[in-house]
Design a protein around this ligand. Structure first.
Ligand SMILES: [Zn+2]
Length: 104
């Protein structure tokens, strides 16, 4: 149970599109995303359940997410406007640096 992502080609073209689906009711909701990965990244970024938001609030959250800069390493959205890397890549770099130090 949760939010699923329905993705495919728009109008049978090569243009990818994806939307959110309530797995309980089977009803699609919210704006259409450009890619499956984009919809997935948005759901991972969103702190709560997308189904709990009104259509207007969901559209606003998507706009806020879309306005965030992307990570310089993996192109995921970063959590803060001032950050250069997403939390995962920042953690990876921190861990890689610690491993490199421990091997010296
Ligand atoms: Zn990253």
């Amino acid at each position: 149970m949760g939010v699923h992502i329905l993705s495919g080609e728009l109008n049978g073209s090569t243009t990818e599109a994806a939307c959110l689906v309530d797995s309980v009711t089977g009803v699609a909701f919210g704006p259409v995303f450009d890619t499956h990965d984009g919809a997935q990244a948005f759901l991972e970024w969103l702190p709560g359940d997308a189904r709990a938001l009104s259509p207007g609030d969901l559209a606003q959250q998507i706009a806020e997410w879309a306005a965030l800069p992307t990570c310089s390493d993996c192109e995921d959205k970063v959590s803060a406007v001032s950050a250069k890397r997403c939390d995962r890549c920042a953690d990876n770099r921190h861990r890689d640096a610690e491993i490199a130090r421990s091997l010296r």
